[in-house]
Write a protein that binds this ligand. Structure first.
Ligand code: C2E
Ligand code: CA
Ligand code: CA
Ligand code: CA
Length: 278
């Protein structure tokens, strides 16, 4: 239930639903996209609200289709999940993120990277081993990698999630609960998970300036998270007003177009070195 983009995405989705042959074609293309090198990770800063520096970045997957141009993840990730391709794509993301962490380190930039992990990957059973193998391949410190798992995915299969989270935490990988507020998790359950971070869904941030209720919810989530020892990230921060309110409410990190859009790995280096967040 996420809204990743503008009307172009909506058009795309509408067209895809209506055209079954399109689906079949795209599915075949998706199958070979990894091998053809059509994927790229873009990176969006999470800005530390105290020091106003980048704490870390979120890696967001991009598919550059040879003839159709850029296809948004809200379109192809669900397809990949349906057609059993998410395992291979997820493996590519893990490897690429680790490769990039090492490449940035060579350029003198130490950066923690958060990747998005889908519920299907959680259920793979050997997710921890796959991630550990990638970390070892690129000689990356596990503490530099974070996995974002949506609240609703975490609730899909509670025992499987618990097992995966425990394994990742034991491996030294940081964990983040994504899109918080859109699912129905119980707080006692969340307390059992060894997560370090909680991301408040964009829908609450959007309403911060106009809705007292949204502000009360965000305030409560931040207080509770801090009581549980979790750091809080606000996602989808688009205005100075939202940013000010979140800083007032002691939100730890801010992410959104107001600070920076997702960008290529090279652009991120320039952004981290030069441009200061507002
Ligand atoms: P998400 O994990 O909730 O990622 C945040 C989405 O919000 C991204 O869309 C990001 O570009 C967008 N965003 C960031 N700041 C703002 C803002 O200020 N305003 C608005 N309107 N949007 C903002 P994107 O890149 O299109 O990704 C959409 C979703 O696709 C992600 O939602 C995530 O669920 C999924 N996704 C992306 N990359 C991966 C991946 O490597 N693996 C998996 N499994 N899922 C991925
Ligand atoms: Ca995410
Ligand atoms: Ca999110
Ligand atoms: Ca979201």
């Amino acid at each position: 239930a996420k809204q990743g983009g503008g009307s172009r995405h909506v058009l795309y989705e509408a067209r895809m639903e209506s055209d079954a042959r399109d689906q079949v074609e795209l599915q075949a293309d998706l199958r070979s996209a990894v091998a053809r090198g059509e994927f790229e990770l873009h990176y969006q800063p999470k800005v530390n609200s105290q020091r106003r520096r980048i704490g870390s970045v979120e890696a967001l997957l991009r598919w550059h289709h040879p003839t159709r141009g850029s296809i948004p993840p809200n379109v192809f990730i669900p397809m990949a999940e349906r057609f059993g391709l998410i395992g291979a794509i997820g493996d590519w993301v893990v490897d690429e993120a680790c490769r990039q962490i090492a490449a940035w380190a060579d350029q003198g930039l130490r950066m923690r990277v958060a990747i998005n992990v889908s519920p299907h990957q959680l259920r793979q059973g050997n997710l921890v081993e796959r991630i550990e193998a990638a970390l070892a391949r690129h000689a990356v410190d596990p503490a530099q990698l974070m996995c974002e798992i949506t609240e609703s995915a975490a609730m899909e299969d509670v025992s499987e999630t618990q097992r995966a989270f425990d394994g990742l935490a034991r491996a030294g990988v940081f964990l983040s609960i994504d899109d918080f507020g859109t699912g129905y998790s119980s707080l006692s359950y969340l307390r059992q998970l060894p997560a370090r971070q909680l991301k408040i869904d964009r829908s609450f941030i959007q309403d911060l300036e106009t809705s007292g209720d949204a502000r009360a919810v965000v305030d409560a989530v931040i207080r509770l998270s801090h009581a549980l020892g979790l750091r809080v990230v606000a996602e989808g921060v688009e205005t100075a007003g939202q940013s000010e309110i979140l800083i007032d409410l002691a939100c730890d990190e801010l992410q959104g177009y107001f600070f920076a859009k997702p960008m290529s790995a090279d652009a991120l280096v320039g952004w981290a070195r030069g441009e200061r967040p507002r």
